[in-house]
Ligand binder design. Structure first.
Ligand SMILES: [Zn+2]
Length: 562
């Protein structure tokens, strides 16, 4: 998901003052009726502690077969779902799934036999009966109008008098429209058939298998060959215009790039989306080949106007973000990079959300650095040098600036700590070992230790597991002339009251002749520490962390240059 709080703050609070609509050059005729008035961002992303029951960890869903019938007016969803699941505990007393009870079940079968169940709140419980087996095929038919939940849930929206149906499930709202084991690590294969009035194009994850038409209705069948988490399963259906492009991999595989936009947005979207192929090339060469190469990558516009959502192989993006000016390239790169971080390598639990969002945010930095050079890296990390109070692991808010920005900064500092070649090897190894599966923070740390041959416990403890905030550092320096040499004494003082960090940073000496800049690396592990440098030339200036590798606010206390 894109940085809700950042985009939200920048584009929505600022917009009240500067007129967001004018800035984005939107058509004033775009009338969006999205069914939901205001999403309270501050309440989002705290996962509901009672939502997942213990029994849910004792099942493994292998396959979801979703057959979805849409009626935009009146807003009605009718569905038949077949879930194939494996019981991990022989004597499991009940199968429990997440499923909102405002959707009414018409029939429920266990291995083809009608079965009793209870369906209250967000839980569907089927007590063990004689039809249970190691592998259970559950059939559930139901109907109703899904509730608006979370960032969206399942939405029957309207734009320019056209219906537009879309979904955003993250983190725990998939069950507002289909019964599922809504644990991110329980990935499964998916077949999904979406039927709507025939002038609509329907889209979902994976590969389009076929389109069938019957009277006034049209069905689109999508299938995944790679496993998917429930929060990434998605539906889009509207009178979309389709733009097509392709990506050719290093090993010459061709993959479709499909963009679904509102009629009238085609020209602008063509410009906005044209870099995707280059972005996929960059990310593939940096982390490993695009993990859904046998399926597709695509973007579909939806009506959630606070950002974008990385639904697997078909990112959703607010229709207002199509500008024809590439204003939101970073956001497109962010969602695309989630296909490595979040979608292919999933999270074991929502406590590990920084493995999705910190990684996607740092991917933006890496792409801009590759495209525009080191100066882009220095300014990009400066832009996200905020929101650093709080603990990144198991954060209070899943989609806060802390998770995105400090998460990205942790990777940035890990790169400094381990060196570029180790850092990229860590990311490639982590991707390769965990793609199509799920990782925890500890899994990532183990790989970082192993690949770098370093013990990074202290590093991760201080930046990831504690509310470290930002370092407050003061430094001073003076020079003594000794014979033909200059001796420079640098003193660094950590001002944070209760904690002392060990950190690695650069010290830059600037000489009269600028071309003679010299950079030394130091490790600071005490509250107050001095370093002596012997220099042939007399420095005129000493800068701590000139290239922005350290999450710190650094002030010079005094300089003595005699
Ligand atoms: Zn994201």
């Amino acid at each position: 998901m894109s940085k809700i709080s950042n985009y939200y703050k920048y584009f929505f609070i600022v917009s009240f003052i500067f007129s967001y609509v004018t800035f984005l050059n939107l058509s004033y005729t775009d009338k969006i009726i999205d069914g939901n008035s205001f999403v309270n961002v501050s309440n989002l992303g705290r996962n509901d502690s009672g939502y997942i029951r213990e029994n849910q960890y004792a099942i493994d869903v292998l396959h979801y077969d979703l057959d979805i019938e849409l009626t935009p007016s009146p807003k009605l969803l009718k569905a038949k779902v077949t879930i194939t699941l494996h019981l991990l505990k022989e004597d499991l007393n009940s199968i429990e799934l997440n499923f909102y009870d405002n959707l009414k079940i018409n029939s429920l079968k266990v291995n083809d036999y009608e079965s009793a169940y209870s369906h209250t709140g967000k839980m569907l419980t089927i007590n063990r009966n004689e039809h249970f087996s190691d592998t259970v095929k559950l059939f559930i038919s139901y109907e109703g109008t899904p509730k608006r939940v979370g960032l969206s849930g399942f939405v029957f929206g309207t734009i320019n008098n056209q219906s537009l149906v879309y979904t955003i499930n993250e983190p725990e709202y998939a069950s507002s429209w289909f019964p599922c084991n809504d644990i991110p690590a329980d990935k499964a294969l998916l077949d999904i058939k979406i039927t709507n009035d025939k002038d609509n194009i329907s889209i979902s994850n994976g590969k389009l298998i076929n389109v069938t038409e019957m009277d006034s209705r049209k069905s689109y069948h999508f299938k995944t060959v790679y496993p998917i988490s429930t929060y990434l399963i998605s539906v889009y259906s509207s009178k979309y215009s389709l733009l097509e492009d392709q990506y050719i991999s290093a090993s010459s595989d061709t993959m479709p790039l499909n963009y679904y936009v509102l009629p009238g947005q085609e020209e602008k979207a063509k410009i906005d989306f044209e870099e995707h192929s280059e972005m996929i090339k960059f990310l593939s060469s940096t982390f490993g080949e695009y993990p859904f190469i046998k399926e597709k990558y695509g973007v579909a516009v939806f009506l959630w106007q606070m950002g974008a959502m990385e639904n697997q192989t078909i990112t959703g993006i607010g229709s207002n973000f199509i500008t024809g000016k590439k204003f939101f390239n970073d956001m497109l790169l962010h969602e695309l990079s989630h296909h490595w971080w979040g979608n292919a390598v999933g999270v074991k639990s929502w406590k590990d959300i920084w493995l999705n969002e910190g990684f996607a945010t740092y991917s933006e930095v890496l792409y801009n650095e590759w495209k525009f050079g080191a100066s882009a890296r220095i300014s990009d990390v400066q832009k996200i040098k905020n929101h650093h109070n709080g603990t990144v692991y198991n954060p209070d808010q899943l989609f806060s600036g802390l998770v995105y920005n400090k998460g990205a900064w942790i990777l940035h500092m890990l790169r400094k700590e381990t060196g570029d070649s180790n850092f990229y090897a860590i990311l490639k190894t982590y991707f390769n070992e965990y793609k199509y599966s799920s990782a925890s923070t500890e899994d990532f740390i183990k790989i970082a230790d192993r690949v770098s041959k370093k013990n990074l416990t202290l590093f991760f403890d201080q930046w990831l597991y504690t509310d470290s905030g930002e370092l407050q550092i003061e430094y001073s320096w003076y020079i003594v002339n000794k014979n033909d040499e200059y001796e420079l004494k640098l003193t660094i003082h950590q001002l944070n009251q209760f904690r002392t960090f060990e950190f690695m940073t650069d010290v830059e000496f600037q000489f009269n002749d600028v071309s003679q800049n010299k950079i030394e690396e130091i490790i600071v592990d005490k509250k107050e520490q001095s370093f002596i440098f012997k220099l042939k030339n007399k420095p005129v200036c000493v800068t701590l962390d000139p290239n922005n590798w350290l999450l710190a606010s650094i002030n010079i206390k005094s300089e003595t240059n005699n």
